[in-house]
Design a protein around this ligand. Structure first.
Ligand SMILES: Cc1cc2nc3c(=O)[nH]c(=O)nc-3n(C[C@H](O)[C@H](O)[C@H](O)COP(=O)(O)OP(=O)(O)OC[C@H]3O[C@@H](n4cnc5c(N)ncnc54)[C@H](O)[C@@H]3O)c2cc1C
Length: 479
């Protein structure tokens, strides 16, 4: 299949006028200062330009916008909370693409308790969706540090992961149905709340994880689960990554389905948090090479969860797997422990430039991956500081590298491609993935071509061409 790049047009003034009519002047942003927050992402790695940011309020408005853009062959870049980490939500620097912000599609359409589901619009923030579930005695288990800002549409478009994947799966596993607008403006209502539906190709799963390149998600029916009645949070210090793996096996054996989170942090990532995040402190004395944060959840309010956690920790300490461990004694202590993990990314900002990787390998290979990656980094950039943390139980490592102290930031960041290529090659050689949860966006397009086989790339391009023949949806992203 040819690698056809569609030719897109800059929007003509008449088109801009018609688009403005659809959303109203107040929601058609052309002033550069007001546009700025939509054109720059969290890490400030990607900065784009646009003639207009459109803020529709309904699925019908989205449909009208796409019908016009498609007819005029003008690129459209969907954006939710703008917390994506691979530049997918930022337009190119050409100034020819329209930014479509979905944040005003922010209604909770309904909660269905018997079906344990909830239908929300794409612009609802993850935190609001979780609060709505909680208000109805249920849990929506997707949980990310960015949940106050990121949106359900963005979560589905990136198939977001986070800390609940171990027990409940990623965004794909938590979605029953979606509503989306196709490139030509047709609306697909797939808002079913069925647990079983074997009627051919799974269009819902096709759109989830498509990063705005196959359709605009306007609403979703989400799966809810019972809220645990008790959660025991434990924080454990360990001497090595092999010990972290042993603890994971122990906690999985003893905890079974009640093990709902298993996260890890290197000593360096925790040191950065303690140094830069106000109020952050270690729950015990001394430095240890690795730390684990785990949750045991229970559905009976009878002390079962803390007992399981205590038993796991006692066994880990007795057998020499763990050096120190505590179980949080209150909700506020648990929140403080989780804050240490959730601040890991933010804290790294204060240590100069960082080159980031979101990769996965089989869980049992994490110790080998990190040992080999550390050696690789020391060869490529002596003195650079690997900062590893992430979702150990999912095999997902955020393998970030902070610049050597004192090195020029720009000089270090100029090594991004060389360093990433080497880390991604290592991951590929270990049957891993170059993007565990953040997606491809602009950042990993070239790497994707190396990571996928020719057959896979052909299938992906065929799907793109079928659903978006003019290539207007999020041009230059993913493929
Ligand atoms: C501090 C921090 C921590 C994070 N932690 C995690 C984590 O643990 N796990 C994880 O998976 N991610 C994490 N992320 C990344 C990010 O929060 C997720 O990718 C999130 O799902 C993006 O949602 P958003 O609404 O901000 O999407 P945006 O950033 O606005 O967009 C992301 C992508 O989705 C597309 N898109 C957005 N809305 C729609 C829509 N309605 N229809 C079609 N396409 C759309 C965009 O075009 C873009 O390609 C983190 C980010 C930050 C800043």
């Amino acid at each position: 299949m040819s690698d056809r790049v569609p030719v897109l047009n800059a929007p003509a003034p008449e088109l801009l006028a018609r688009l403005t009519e659809i959303v109203g002047r107040a929601n058609a942003i052309v002033d550069p200062d007001t546009q700025a927050t939509y054109l720059r992402e969290w890490r400030e790695r990607y900065v784009g330009r646009t003639p207009i940011v459109l803020r529709p309020q309904s699925t019908d408005e989205v449909a009208s916008i796409l019908a016009l853009a498609n007819a005029a062959r003008v690129g459209v870049v969907p954006q939710g909370g703008n917390t994506g980490l691979v530049g997918g939500q930022i337009p190119s620097g050409s100034g020819r693409e329209i930014v479509l912000s979905l944040t005003r599609l922010n209604r909770i359409r309904g909660v269905d308790k018997p079906t344990s589901s909830m239908t929300v619009e794409a612009g609802v923030t993850l935190a609001t969706a979780r609060a709505a579930a909680e208000a109805n005695g249920r849990l929506f288990p997707l949980s990310l540090p960015s949940e106050g800002t990121c949106s359900i549409g963005g979560n589905l478009a990136t198939n977001a992961g986070g800390i609940g994947v171990l027990a409940h799966g990623n965004a794909r596993q938590l979605t029953l149905g979606i509503e989306a607008v196709l490139a030509d403006g047709r609306i697909w209502n797939g808002l079913k709340a069925l647990r079983k539906d074997n009627t051919g190709y799974d269009l819902r799963d096709l759109l989830i994880g498509s990063e705005g390149t196959l359709g605009i998600i306007t609403a979703a029916t989400l799966k809810l689960v019972p809220r645990p009645r008790e959660v025991a949070t434990a924080f454990v210090a360990l001497p090595s990554l092999d010990a972290v793996l042993s603890l994971f096996e122990l906690a999985s054996d003893r905890g079974g389905a009640s093990l709902t989170a298993f996260e890890f942090l290197s000593q360096r990532s925790l040191a950065f948090v303690i140094r830069h995040v106000a109020g952050a402190r270690l729950p015990f004395d001394g430095e240890n090479p690795w730390y684990v944060l785990l949750d045991i959840s229970g559905h009976a309010d009878n002390g079962g969860a803390p007992s399981i956690a205590e038993a796991i920790l006692a066994s880990a300490v007795d057998s020499g797997i763990a050096k120190d461990a505590i179980v949080a004694q209150s909700l506020s202590q648990s929140a403080k422990l989780w804050h240490l993990r959730e601040s890991a990314s933010e804290a790294q900002k204060f240590e100069g430039g960082s080159i980031k990787h979101d990769v996965s390998v089989p869980v049992g290979s994490i110790p080998e991956f990190i040992a080999r990656a550390d050696a690789l980094i020391e060869t490529l950039c002596p003195g650079a500081r690997p900062v590893a943390f992430g979702h150990f139980g999912d095999g997902n490592v955020h393998y970030n590298i902070s610049q050597p102290p004192g090195m020029d930031r720009a000089q270090f960041l100029a090594k991004w491609e060389e360093v990433s290529d080497a880390v991604h090659a290592l991951v590929a050689g270990m049957d891993g993935s170059i993007s565990a949860e953040h997606g491809i966006g602009q950042m990993k397009r070239t790497s994707l071509c190396r990571a996928k086989s020719a057959v896979e790339l052909d299938m992906m391009r065929a799907i793109k061409t079928a659903l978006d023949p003019n290539g207007i949806l999020n041009p230059g992203k993913l493929l």
